[in-house]
Write a protein that binds this ligand. Structure first.
Ligand code: APR
Length: 244
């Protein structure tokens, strides 16, 4: 992929920016082998159920073991996967800008595995369980049998992932929105921009005057709002931006 893909305007802003925010979606993990939910005209199906049914609050009320089985499957895929060039590039960006905020919709933990710190996980993490009663969090460690019940209050544990039909955990979106309203440069990488409120973050940045750049092999509902659209895979495009 040619470096002239990157405009002079983006090149200059990247060189001068002090406050940068990045929003990522499932697409940044695609090159690591993590299936995306949409994109390419397909949606993920699990045992005949669309992913947004098995990953829903309704399903958790009806059949928590089935929901756990889905997330145990997602973790089993992730266990052998590694961060890719896209994740690694963003981990380097954190040391490049005085104020860098990485917001992700992903629950796979690959940003942290790449070395990114203070990642705002809007949708939680498959590597954590949470007590349905006292909200105590428990880390889920590969090869170690997952707890079913809370050690503090004895109630059921559920995946610490935001399910369809649920609100985001208090504070995370608000922090991301605050940073978006204050950033000079906002990158939107590997998201179909269909799920709110996450998809509103680049809109907040744009409304506050930031330069917004999308990286995605496909156009999304957000593309028209962006100042620059870089059509390609994150692992190919992000190193080009850094080099530009
Ligand atoms: N690099 C960049 N983008 C890519 C790549 C890649 N290598 N491969 C695919 N994409 C793009 C696709 O074109 C698509 O637009 O990534 C996007 C993935 O979209 P989705 O699967 O819808 O994922 P996402 O936007 O993160 O979904 C949002 O919905 O399913 C829920 O909670 C789940 O967090 C998720 C939320």
């Amino acid at each position: 992929m040619q470096s002239d893909l990157i405009s002079t305007s983006l090149h200059e802003r990247f060189a001068q920016a002090g406050r940068v925010l990045v929003l990522t979606g499932a697409g940044i993990s695609a090159e690591s082998g993590v299936p995306t939910f949409r994109g390419g005209g397909n949606t993920t199906v699990w045992k005949g159920m669309p992913f947004d049914v098995i990953s829903s609050a309704m399903m958790m009320q009806r059949d928590l073991p089935a929901v756990w089985e889905w997330f145990d499957y997602r973790r089993s895929i992730l266990q052998s996967l590694r961060p890719n060039r896209g994740h690694l590039e963003l981990a380097r960006w954190a040391d490049r800008f005085p104020e860098f905020t990485l917001v992700t919709q992903n629950v796979d933990g690959l940003h942290q595995a790449a070395g990114s710190r203070d990642v705002i996980e809007l949708h939680g993490s498959v590597w954590r369980a949470r007590c349905v009663m006292c909200r105590t969090n428990y880390e889920i460690i590969p090869e170690v049998k997952r707890l079913d019940a809370c050690l503090d209050c004895g109630a059921w544990l559920r995946p610490d992932v935001v399910l369809f039909g649920e609100m985001l955990p208090p504070g995370r979106f608000e922090m991301a929105a605050e940073r978006a309203a204050d950033c000079q440069l906002c990158f939107v990488i590997g998201t179909s921009a269909l799920v709110y409120p996450a998809a509103s973050i680049p809109e907040i940045a744009k409304a506050a005057g930031a330069f917004v750049c999308e990286v995605n092999p496909e156009r999304t509902p957000l593309s028209d709002l962006c100042d620059e659209v870089l059509t390609g895979k994150a692992g190919d495009v992000l190193p080009l931006i850094s080099k530009s």
